[in-house]
Design a protein around this ligand. Structure first.
Ligand code: GDP
Length: 311
């Protein structure tokens, strides 16, 4: 049974973020009436404000893409913000959606919910089978709570709430701030600026040996819409590309795309984080979805976006 979005009022919470923005773009071809609200109008950490907005707008469906996000250093430096903000955002939106009878809700999490040493590729059922990676456990706990909230409302009230766990995402609208960004935008910016300055080297954090999987945000948005329409069950679904690369391989690809010909050096005072984070794509493939943007092409278009928009 397909959940049709055509003609439905759909709230994309977090539309100013990279993922929310991509979902809004993707919904343009679904015939949905997209509603959004700015941070200055509604603080998503405030239960009454969220409840008031949802009662006023009465969405039929909700994409819960709002979150406080950041890379390895930001997560490690602001644990209270990453835990509190994300718990409040998820709880407020899920509870308000239930109160007004939202028909379907999709909660977005992250691959960091899985145990640090989970068997690779990481299957959905490895959730809560081991300890988390300490650099991002605060964010991970909030995202696990979000999955559990969606499941609890399904179990207690029969609410059709689902959860999606994307891998490391990148693309237009990413955060290119070197202190808070993820690795991909950081490397694109560093290589670009090193090329402009004529530097001899670009610096990579850590050993370069950790392996990460990357997915273009437009592929992620496409998967979210696919699941909103075609998936209705208890367990969360991984959304990834199915392939991973080492941070060093990624750096070499970025330098090629940017045209930086200097050396790559390592800053070993910065953390490596979890050694490998490749998610199993079996479940989502079985649900009839696969990505269409190759890493090299996505990287090139993201670099074009950076040159056109600046950091
Ligand atoms: P993670 O996937 O949660 O570990 O988050 P990140 O995307 O921030 O980091 C992924 C990996 O890339 C880690 O091993 C980092 O040490 C490494 N890395 C290398 N250079 C950078 C950089 O300039 N910024 C970031 N954020 N990570 C980097």
């Amino acid at each position: 049974m397909t959940y049709a979005l055509n003609g439905k009022r759909v709230w994309v919470a977090g539309h100013r973020g990279m993922v929310g923005g991509a979902i809004v773009r993707r919904l343009a071809s679904e015939g949905a009436v997209v509603v959004t609200v700015s941070r200055s109008e509604v603080d998503l950490k405030d239960p009454a404000a969220v409840r008031g907005w949802v009662e006023k707008t009465e969405p039929a469906a909700v994409f819960l893409a709002a979150a406080k996000v950041g890379g390895i250093l930001a997560n490690d430096s602001f644990p209270a913000d990453f835990l509190y903000d994300n718990l409040m955002i998820a709880a407020n939106i899920i509870e308000a959606s239930h109160r007004v009878g939202v028909e379907k809700l999709l909660f977005l999490g992250s691959s960091c919910i899985y145990p640090k040493f989970a068997e690779q590729p990481i299957r959905e059922d490895s959730l809560l089978t081991g300890s988390l990676e300490p650099t991002n456990e605060w964010y991970a706990i909030a995202k696990i709570a979000g999955i559990k909230l969606a499941q609890a409302y399904r179990k207690q009230y029969g609410a059709d709430y689902i959860s999606v766990m994307p891998t490391n995402l990148y693309g237009p609208g990413d955060n290119f701030d070197l202190n808070s960004s993820h690795v991909m935008p950081a490397l694109i910016r560093k290589a670009h600026e090193a090329k402009l300055r004529g530097d001899k080297a670009v610096t990579v954090w850590g050993t370069g040996t950790p392996r990460r999987e990357f997915l273009h945000v437009d592929d992620c948005a496409d998967a979210c819409v696919h699941l909103m329409k075609n998936y209705s069950d208890f367990e969360h679904v991984n959304v990834g590309s199915g392939d991973d690369v080492t941070i060093l391989e990624l750096t070499q690809m970025v330098c090629d795309v940017v045209g930086f010909k200097g050396e790559i050096v390592h800053d070993l005072t910065k953390p490596d984080g979890t050694p490998r984070k490749l998610m199993s794509a079996d479940k989502i493939r079985g649900l009839g979805w696969k990505p269409s943007i190759k890493l090299k092409d996505g990287l090139a278009s993201t670099y074009d976006w950076l040159k056109a928009h600046g950091v």
